[in-house]
Design a protein around this ligand. Sequence first.
Ligand SMILES: *Cc1c(COP(=O)(O)O)cnc(C)c1O
Length: 426
Amino acid sequence: MELFNLKETTERVSFSQAVKQGLGKNQGLFFPAELPTFDDIDALLAMPLAERSSEILHRLIGDEIPKARLAELVTNAFNFPAPLAEVEDNVYCLELFHGPTLAFKDFGGRFMAQCLSELAKGEKITILTATSGDTGAAVAHAFYGLDDIQVVILYPKGKISLLQEKLFTTLGGNIHTIAIEGDFDQCQQLVKTTFDDEQARTGLHLNSANSINISRLLAQICYYFEAVAQLQNRENLVVSVPSGNFGNLTAGMFAKVLGLPIQGFVASTNLNDTVPRYLRSGQWQPKPTVATLSNAMDVSQPNNWPRIEALFEQGYLDRGILQSDAIDEEYTQVAMRQLAQLGYVSEPHAAVAYKALKRHLEPGQTGIFLGTAHPAKFRDTVENVLGQPISLPQELAECAGKEGLSLTLANDYQQLKATLFELVGK
Ligand SMILES: *Cc1c(COP(=O)(O)O)cnc(C)c1O
């Protein structure tokens, strides 16, 4: 697989290089030089999840990982299901939260960890990533205990739920966590600054593991196929994606390019609505990030957007396939209650996607919204809004009682850099 840097288009890399490097020169994102269209979609849809996913990923990645080995990596990574739950007539939730950290980021995180340990072949690597909640947990669990890989996770102090925090700050070992006195965009900026610092990048053998890594995106393509595979009626399908950094939506749009029959997408955001405003006005005008109930989507400068722009600009997709809506706090709660009345307990991120889907779904269309987290990960909010108790699954109950091991740092690059060299630079 050949990829190029969207900012420095002459920089061309293999899949292996793109996975190990994360970002290209000048913070550019890697993008496939060529995206195929499959002509055997029905045959693919008839396969079981792991087998189909290996086949799709093999076609995309090519021979850089031998096919049989890739199948093993996929089997290790995707060891949990992605069921489609019908919530009302013609409306389904794709439940992506049955992995070890109960969020969809387990798909990308686990496949990336498998790829990296396969491709690094004993080189030392430091994963540096910023999280607004769930990436951290998924990355931490996916890499925990892997030889030669150290993980450092930055997150905005006090801005993610305590349970969410416990899920990745209690592991120890090769997992280091730092609470930054700032918001998620500032954490993300610190990560970018570190990657731009040649001394830090080489001295620490840096690698990024947030949604910009191409291996994560490729992994996420697979569950869109799994969703369609479970549908009887595959006509006029609209998929609503609760979006923050827009990696999830990018993967869905890649799936459409590959030939998966999806008619259109709804990019669903909370009050951090840079993309809905952009699609209406043509002006890219990020505002300061605001805190919402769906905090994993509290992102005002979504870092995957240039890839979506590239899909349009390179003629892979027409702009008309993408609709967009921002759902405010009030309507997020309304949607959670409406879903509960339908007998489906959900959390704020999925509720945002459901509400936006319902605003756009037309008669004769089938809608899928993505359930990106288990309701128990947002227990306080869910219990407050629905007025009913929900129980903790075992994964959460176990770490809830453990002590968090994070350091706290100011939003200050020099301090962070010194700390990174102390933690992993030896
Ligand atoms: C990360 C996350 C999102 C947003 O996904 P992106 O790929 O960043 O757009 C939505 N919901 C939950 C629960 C998340 O953790």
